[in-house]
Structure formats: structure tokens, C-alpha cells
Design a protein. Structure first.
Length: 166
């Protein structure tokens, strides 16, 4: 009797599961069961390879003068205003700027990347790219430019854009 019930249960499951998957795939609001991806940000942070830096810690590092700050916004944003002494390494133009950046930066140096806006991913994106290139001490400052200005910290306008053309 038990063997018969188990056999029937397996047969029912073999019929019902494919039908349920088919029905789900035909629905306009069906669940995307086979294209689930974990967010990169959480994977990287879980490995402790790249992490956000609090503003107060970034200010300490800036004042110590041993940390390179990297503005990841487009050159126009950088020219309008940036953290004083920061280099411009735009995420969208990374491939154009990286060779010259690498000629000026030491992989052992500490780097803080930033962009502008709470939801801006550019700082994290460039931090991740630099980490993949061998920079192990890289952090990103969320909403860095806005928060830097709000606290009246050292900033500059203009800048030497030749660093990506040399």
C-alpha cells in the first residue's frame, strides 16, 4: 500500500511540476525562476575586498594626506567641482583614462573613490575595477561629492585634464 502511494505521488509530481512551470512561463507576470542573480555589491562586500568608508573616516584619511581620492564622475562634473587633489577617473571613460592613472598610482596606495548622489554607483564601480587591477586598499564614499560640499571641506574647480591624454 505504501509503495503504491509513493509511486502515485511521484507520478503526480512528474506531471504537475512541468505544468506549473509551463503555466508560470506563459503568464505575463510570471516569476523569473531561472535568471536569478545575486547583486554584485553584496558579493564583493561579503568578501571584504571593497567596502564603503564613512565620511568621518574619509576626512581623517584626507587630512593625513596619504590617501588618493578619485572622482569617478564625467569630466564635466569634475571640472565643475571636486575634492581638492582628487584625480578624475570616470567610470564611463575608464578604458581611456586607466593607462595614465596606472602610471601615476601605486597599487599599494590607499584609494577612496566617490561620485555624487545617494544612488550613484560610479564610485563603487571604479573601486571594483581598481581592485580587480590589483589595488587592494580601495574604498568608496557613498554620495561623496554632495556630503563633502555639505561639510565645507576642501574642494577645487577646473583641473589638469591632461592626465588622460599624455
Amino acid at each position: 500500500m505504501l509503495k503504491s502511494v509513493l509511486k502515485e505521488t511521484v507520478i503526480i509530481l512528474m506531471v504537475v511540476i512541468p505544468l506549473a512551470l509551463l503555466a508560470n512561463s506563459l503568464r505575463p507576470d510570471g516569476l523569473d525562476l531561472f535568471n536569478i542573480k545575486a547583486p554584485v555589491l553584496h558579493l564583493v562586500e561579503a568578501n571584504n575586498s571593497i567596502s564603503a568608508i564613512p565620511l568621518d573616516r574619509a576626512i581623517e584619511k584626507y587630512r593625513e594626506g596619504k590617501t588618493l581620492f578619485v572622482d569617478t564622475r564625467h569630466p564635466e562634473g569634475y571640472l565643475t567641482g571636486h575634492i581638492s587633489g582628487a584625480l578624475n577617473l570616470p567610470d564611463q571613460l575608464f578604458d581611456e583614462y586607466i593607462d595614465n592613472f596606472l602610471s601615476r598610482a601605486d597599487p599599494d596606495m590607499e584609494i577612496v573613490t566617490y561620485c555624487d548622489g545617494e544612488d550613484c554607483p560610479l564610485g563603487f564601480n571604479v573601486a571594483e575595477k581598481l581592485y580587480q587591477l590589483g589595488f587592494e586598499r580601495v574604498f568608496y564614499l557613498t554620495n561623496g561629492w554632495d556630503r563633502w560640499q555639505e561639510n565645507s571641506l576642501p574642494s577645487a574647480t577646473g583641473g589638469d585634464q591632461r592626465h588622460h591624454e599624455e
